[in-house]
Design a protein around this ligand. Structure first.
Ligand code: PRP
Ligand code: URA
Length: 219
């Protein structure tokens, strides 16, 4: 039986400082975006801390030197829509990463995620896949992507989120114990609408400046 990887809670000063702004309901959108980018840089840096490296020789202005590069390639998979908010920070940490996209939307009544988009580029056994979505609530969205990627052989599959709920972590870890999950916080619980408490509200709405409603289409 695979041993369950412990959840990595990044209890680091800059991560926790940014989380405080993300949680505060008074935080304005431009400050929210700044801290979203900042926290993601650090969360992604933590997510790849243990990636295998290989030695390369380079030339400094003075002499030859040994250096290290990440072995294989990294693919970031943000879950639309809120996962897009993670991308700017993620690419600061991993500017060479390839990007795949999955579009999922939770039904407001059942909290079950439904797919509306899937575009994952080719993967080899040297690819590290990092699925990212800021809120791991019921875990349904992350679970869905991991489940669809079950047959895909990669170097490893990892998850980065900003806030996770114990219920969602349990669901993902029950079926994917080998997956490393990185988060800034594990909160208390879900409420009846499957929102994380205390959480930070709706990440997608706060980052995108939306209110959960959509414009009426005419014509
Ligand atoms: C929210 C959030 C996560 C998902 C998490 O997205 O951004 O993607 O719910 O919930 P889960 O762990 O219970 O699956 P939402 O469906 O509201 O879509 P959005 O990203 O378009 O706002
Ligand atoms: N999605 C969010 O944006 N926030 C939650 O608390 C749960 C799902």
């Amino acid at each position: 039986m695979t041993k369950t990887k412990p959840v990595v809670i990044v209890d680091q000063a800059m991560v926790q400082d940014s989380l405080r702004y993300l949680r505060d309901k008074e935080t304005q959108i431009e400050v929210f975006r700044f801290h979203s980018n900042r926290i993601c840089q650090w969360l992604f840096a933590e997510a790849v801390r243990d990636l295998p490296m290989e030695a390369v020789k380079i030339q400094t202005p003075l002499s030859q030197a040994q250096a290290k590069v990440v072995a294989g390639d990294v693919m970031i998979v943000p879950i639309l829509r809120a996962g897009v908010a993670m991308l700017a920070g993620a690419l600061q940490a991993l500017p060479y990463a390839r990007i795949g996209f999955v579009g999922l939307k939770r039904d407001e009544n059942t909290a079950i995620a439904e797919q509306y988009y899937w575009n994952i580029p080719s993967v080899t056994n040297k690819t590290t896949i990092i699925i990212t979505d800021p809120m791991l609530a019921t875990g349904g969205s992350i679970w869905y992507v991991l489940d669809r990627l079950r047959g895909v052989e990669a170097a490893s599959k990892r998850v980065v989120c900003v806030v996770a709920a114990p219920e969602g972590l349990a669901k993902v870890q029950a079926d994917f114990p080998e997956v490393k999950i990185v988060t800034a916080a594990v909160d208390k619980r879900l409420n009846r609408q499957a929102y994380i408490v205390p959480g930070l509200g709706d990440y997608g709405d706060r980052y995108c400046g939306t209110d959960g409603n959509q414009a009426e289409m005419s014509g």
